[in-house]
Write a protein that binds this ligand. Sequence first.
Ligand code: KIV
Ligand code: ZN
Length: 384
Amino acid sequence: MSVDVRIFDTTLRDGEQTPGVHVPSHHKVEIARMLEAFGVSTIEAGFPASSPGDKAAVATVAQTVRGCEVAALARCIAADVDAACAAVQAAERPVVHVFLGVSDIHLSRKLRMNRAQAIRAIEGCVSRARARVSTVQFSAEDATRTERVFLRQCVEAALNSGATRINVPDTVGCALPHEYAALIRDIVRFVDGAAIVSAHCHDDMGLATANTIAAIEAGAQQVEVTVNGIGERAGNAAAEQVGVVCAMKGVAHTGLDLTRIAELSRRVAEVTGVPVQPNRAVIGANAFAHSSGIHQDGIIKEAASYEFVPPSLVGVPGHTFVLTASSGRRAIEYKAREMGFDLPGNAADAVYREFIVVAQNRCGAVSDADLADIIRRTVGVTVA
Ligand code: KIV
Ligand code: ZN
């Protein structure tokens, strides 16, 4: 029996921190509606203190979305907390997300604060937020590089000041799955049910999804993700990957309607201007495309022979065959049939021979139009 895990989507906040990206208010509302239908538990809509435009955008999302929580980010600064509280006040279920960098490098170099000042800042800002909203998340930024005893003190200060969620970010993506799991296990034990423990992973070493899954297995009750894995630098744990791993491997029940992910991914790529690489898991153009003859033959006989994730799980109509010189005769016949050509007798052999001559002289794939041309030239068959 798998556990339930909350999906905290930060496409519109951490995702918007992707270098070069700005998502205007009307697009934030559109994506927020899609995320709501996707079934996320929380939409982090933005960082209100960052600009008047973002404050207004978060407020509009808060007024619009009804099916899930709407969160706003705030630094551990009174004015940020006030801006976040004001922005989410119209939400049915508002969340204020307060963060402070608590590793030595963040405290001494970035914030120029000592540890006692950090604890006072956490207490002041978490209690300030909690006086206005009932759900307050505290993030110990750079938790994976923070001395453990002090990290626990920060968590304790946040809990004593009214935090209901504790986020343990791997801000710079430096953890291995077993290291992150051990940290989450420790914080879950320390929090002892007094708050939800959340995981937030960055992909600097390509481990964001693995670390997020490890965190769920270690007891995290919430995970933070972005659609297409967009976000600062190399990005965040990807919603579609975490959702699919949870579903396919029975790690946890997310409540996500994964059949919506293909459309959501496409729209996020359009509004952010960040394209999806073709070989990206789940959402890439090649995720369900097959090119080699051996694989195409296997797929024709039984899709599961080369597809672990069924395309229908993630809203993709089916697999596609891309024809190159490594494609086989069966795939040519299959594709021809799909295109409406009935190749009689040994016509398929002749078409295949001609196809190979064309394909070998190509750098890329042979298109459907090219294949139709080959068929007409070779056997003179027209569309059925
Ligand atoms: O990566 C991070 O630490 C963050 C925090 C603001 C939660 O995005
Ligand atoms: Zn982050």
